[in-house]
Design a protein around this ligand. Sequence first.
Ligand SMILES: [Zn+2]
Length: 290
Amino acid sequence: MPLTTFHKTRLAPTPSGFLHIGNAYSFALTAALAQQTGASIVLRIDDMDRERVHPEYVDDIFDTVNFLDIPWHEGPKDAADFETHFSQRHRLPLYEKALERLVATGLVYACDCSRKQISEQYGGVYPGTCRRKGIPLDTPDVSWRIDTENAASIGVKQLDGSFVYTVLPPEMQHFVVRKKDGFPAYQLTSLVDDLYFGIDLIVRGEDLFPSTLAQLFLAALLREDKFLGVTFYHHGLLKDGDRKLSKSAGDGSIRHLRKSGYNSKEVYGMIGRQVDGILTHWRDFEQINP
Ligand SMILES: [Zn+2]
């Protein structure tokens, strides 16, 4: 069955570490799907978390996509172009506007709980304790959360055009939309950016499925219907890494492999073997559990 055509997809790495073979796999899948469906590719670097962002990690993103021959048609050409024109800092007014619209729904509230408190008292699942405290939003050092109590079931559009319906998982109950440092949180910036760039196909690891649900929840609140029609493909993760490789090379980062003299074909070979491993494992599983 031929796949639908899409307009635009994106690569959205975060410069908070050197990219590893799992990122390369995700990029390669995105590029392959884009090619098959006629989509162009936007390179979007998520640098809102300034504490974790380092210039050498931004450089590493360009080194990696160039080394792997991953094409992109929109976005920064290099690290300097990124800083000057594409850093998320330049889109702060857009995020602020979206936050204002969220506040207008009456569902945003301030929370002064510490991370330690949330993990120790609530086991990491925030029950919405501060919702009833009425802490003013302009209080210093509070995060802003969104009340998810009455969240409806969320439809996620698949590659074949069908929808899968599910609810927000526990870790996304009352999730943060603005961090304690006053900057917008990832779920909001990712949604606003995908709308801004006109993305209609999102390829990401299955570990980000809860984030997909959180972003669709926000889109529904903001009446951004376009985002509700975005197609998602959540791929499996390369978990264990190539054991033989990690032993001999000591590190799964693409940078390390590149510096150790591997060429891109060899790196793609490593990815392919791991994917084969996943598929073989899956076939075994299906045979045992038909
Ligand atoms: Zn709280």
